[in-house]
Each structure stands twice: as C-alpha cells, then as structure tokens.
Design a protein around this ligand. Structure first.
Ligand code: 13P
Ligand code: SF4
Length: 346
C-alpha cells in the first residue's frame, strides 16, 4: 500500500543518511516531493547538485536532462540515478546534436563567426557540450535575461536552443524586435525570416514545451471574463501572445514567489505545470489560485517518477546494484561543464 511504501522510503533514507541526496523539481508529484532533500526550479537544482560533494548516491526526482546535469556537475565518486528512464522531456527531444551541428554549419555560411550558441538546460548533455565548445553557455528560465545580455556582449547574434518561446519572450523583453528574430526549422533545415536576414540577431530553434504550449489566448479571455480582478501569471515557455497578454511571466521560482507575496484575497490564474499549481492552491489558502487551462496540463514525463519507482530505485541502492544510473561520457562531461560553469559563475 501507499503507506507501506512511504514507510519503506523513510527507512531507507534513514539507513543511507548522508550517503543519499534526493533533489526534486517543483513539478514532481506530492507523493515524491515530500521526500526530497531539496526542491527547486532547474537553476536551484543545478546549484544544489553541484554543491553536494558528500552523497554517494544522487537520486534525481525530475527528468532525464536534469539527472544528466547533476552527473556533469557531480564528483567522480558520486552516482546519479533516475527512478524511471522514461522520464524524458519532449522539448529536449526536439533538438538532436546532429541536427544542431548541421544547423550550425549552414548558419555559419550565412552569418559567419557572429553567433553565440545558448542552450536552455532543458537539452541533452551533447548539446550543452556543443555550446561549451563553441564559446556558448547554458541558461535556465531564472537567468535567461542575464545570459542573453552576456551573449550579446560576446557576439552580435545568438543561436538559441531548443525552446523558441523562452528565446523569443526573453529577447523581446530585452528590446529585440520580432523582425530581428528568425526561426530555424530543423526538420526542413530552413531559416524562417520575416525581415532582412542581415538584421537577424536572435535565431530561435523551432522547439517548444508541449505542456506550456497548451495555455492559450482563449484561456486568458475566458478567465478575464469569468473572474473580476484576476491576475494571470505564466511561465516564459508559453507562446509569445500568451506571455504578452498575461499580467506577469517568470520562471517557476518567480511564479511561486509572486503568489506567496501577493495580498490576501487576490485571484491568480497560473500558466504552468499542474502539480505546482495544485500545490500553490493548497498552500496559499488565503488566495484563489487555479490553473489558467481548466484541463490542468500535467507534464506526463515528470509524472512518471512516482512513489513505486522511487522506492524501487532506493531499494536497488541498498541491494548494491543501483538501477538506471545516468552516466555522461568524460568528453561530453568536460565540454558541457564549460557551458554550465559560464552560467553558474555569473
Ligand atoms: P524552470 O524550473 O527553470 O522554471 O523550468 C521549467 C521546466 O519546464 C522544467 O522542465
Ligand atoms: Fe520538458 Fe515541458 Fe515537461 Fe519541463 S514541463 S520537463 S520543458 S516537457
């Protein structure tokens, strides 16, 4: 039963003590996040994973790219486990390293050596390594503005991987007009440009988050016509129109902070993953908090990490045969470290 599984997880955690460290992303289910030693957004989790040097085992409650990042930043003596290998990220899957290398070659023919590659941490280790090798960096939704500013100080253009929406929303905030943005379509190997090619400063990879794309203008019109004084806050992985029509936009962490600090009695329609919205609704009882999309929008891959998988993963450590170990090869690790460090040391 669930109670028995919870008891067993507690026992194993106690038995392993500091030999075990369990970071958990805010989008994880309650049945999992209750056991996390640290919870946070992707930037915080990258930082805590880098800071923990004592745990032998890091059981990552999040998705595959986060566990890879933990492995890249952890020491050689540390083993990273992902409780379910099917916990991937559809956005990260939209940029394959061979497609990126191909795009880079084609884009260099057009733009020469004027581009800095930036990748959202929601990408494979190979793509982080590509950015590391080409004087680029990683970023998260919490530091996107600063990282874009940094990149524009290096070179005149940015190739932004793999989320077109985070790239477009952040660049627009920094004053880059839409006409100076182009979209690279990796399927047709084609650059979609609205204005003049020479004027392009921001090249957006045509990827998106299937969870955040589900928040629509219709949803915004609906809540605005249904609730008086509703505030709409969304994640910058939402589309440009939705972010423009919302009252505020920001990373997972910013959404949490904004609602926590809001006055009692305020109403919030939130455009981000379901588990986080539900948790906020439960915790902020003096406010009315609900999902901007009535269909809730779970991240199905995040949700694959559940209590049975977590327990199975922990038992495998006790048995001396850890399952689902995430191991990035040395060469990729070294190169991707460069990209991550350019972000973490800023
Ligand atoms: P943040 O944790 O950076 O807000 O990103 C959200 C997300 O989609 C994680 O996969
Ligand atoms: Fe990937 Fe979107 Fe899920 Fe985050 S919410 S893990 S970006 S699919």
């Amino acid at each position: 039963s669930e109670k028995q599984m919870e008891t067993r997880v507690r026992e194993i955690k106690e038995e392993l003590g500091l030999r075990l460290f369990m970071p958990g992303h805010y989008y994880q289910k309650d049945e999992v996040i209750q056991f996390a030693d640290a919870s946070g957004d992707s930037l915080q989790l990258a930082k805590v994973a880098a800071a923990n040097k004592e745990a032998e085992y890091i059981v990552f409650c999040g998705v595959h790219f986060m566990a890879e990042t933990a492995d890249i930043l952890s020491g050689d003596h540390q083993t990273v486990l992902l409780p379910d290998m099917r916990a991937g990220c559809s956005m990260a899957d939209m940029a394959d390293i061979s497609q990126v290398e191909q795009a880079w070659d084609v884009l260099q023919e057009t733009f020469g050596d004027t581009m800095t590659p930036l990748t959202y941490v929601n990408s494979t280790a190979a793509i982080k390594a590509f950015c590391g090798e080409n004087e680029g960096a990683t970023l998260t939704s919490s530091n996107a503005r600063n990282m874009l500013k940094w990149a524009f100080q290096q070179k005149e253009r940015i190739l932004f991987l793999p989320d077109q929406h985070l790239g477009r929303n952040t660049a627009y905030e920094l004053g880059i007009p839409l006409e100076q943005m182009a979209v690279w379509d990796p399927v047709n190997e084609y650059l979609e440009v609205d204005g003049h090619t020479d004027d392009v400063r921001m090249i957006l990879w045509k990827g998106h988050c299937s969870v955040h794309e589900k928040f629509t203008m219709d949803n915004i019109h609906h809540v605005r016509s249904t609730y008086d004084d509703v505030r709409v806050i969304v994640h910058p992985e939402c589309t440009f129109d939705v972010v423009q029509a919302a009252d505020d936009a920001g990373s997972t962490n910013k959404i949490i902070q904004t609602i926590q600090e809001a006055p009692s009695g305020t109403t919030w329609a939130v455009g981000t993953e379901m588990n986080l919205v539900n948790r906020l609704a439960q915790e902020e009882t003096d406010k009315h908090v609900f999902s901007l999309n009535p269909n809730m929008c779970p991240c199905l891959t995040m949700n694959r990490i559940d209590l049975p998988h977590l327990l199975w993963s922990l038992e495998s450590i006790l048995e001396g045969n850890p399952h689902h170990v995430i191991e990035v090869d040395e060469k990729t690790k070294k190169a991707s470290q460069k990209a991550l460090e350019r972000m973490l040391h800023r």
